[in-house]
Design a protein around this ligand. Structure first.
Ligand SMILES: [Zn+2]
Ligand SMILES: [Zn+2]
Length: 142
């Protein structure tokens, strides 16, 4: 890990401003997720997630409300405005995934892969050359 990567910081928050967070360090990955759950949870055609170690992310203002969207999965959002902010799963221990749209500088992070390509909406045509995984990019665990 380079010194530049460790000094990298990304702030973000929800639409109403009640919840703010800070992520320190370079993200592990930035993934476009085409799964039906993320689509419904965000109300968008796809969800782009920024993966961090749990320890890299701090809520600096307000608090996340959470709900279990499937067994072992907890999605975090602002209780006041509903902005989807975080995703944690028991099969990805020690990780937190943040919605890229909640970052102040979303344009500064380049996506690195697509996951759940098999559930991509048929009219969504993204002309990038990133790796595309039909389901999760990682083996299922427990
Ligand atoms: Zn809010
Ligand atoms: Zn998803």
């Amino acid at each position: 890990m380079s010194e530049a990567a460790t000094s990298e910081t990304h702030d973000g928050g929800c639409l109403c401003g009640a919840v703010r967070f800070r992520a320190v360090g370079a993200p592990d990955w930035v993934a476009h997720c085409h799964c039906a759950s993320c689509r419904r949870a965000t109300g968008a055609a796809l969800a782009t997630w920024v993966g961090y170690p749990d320890t890299a992310v701090t809520i600096t203002s307000g608090a996340l409300e959470t709900y279990p969207s499937s067994p072992g999965v907890e999605r975090g959002f602002c209780a006041a405005c509903g902005t989807p902010i975080s995703y944690r799963a028991s099969r990805f221990p020690g990780e937190i995934h943040l919605t890229i749209g909640s970052l102040d500088d979303a344009g500064a992070l380049d996506p690195t892969l697509h996951v759940w390509e098999a559930e991509r909406l048929p009219w969504l045509d993204l002309a990038d050359t990133l790796p595309r995984h039909p389901a999760s990019s990682r083996p299922e665990r427990g």
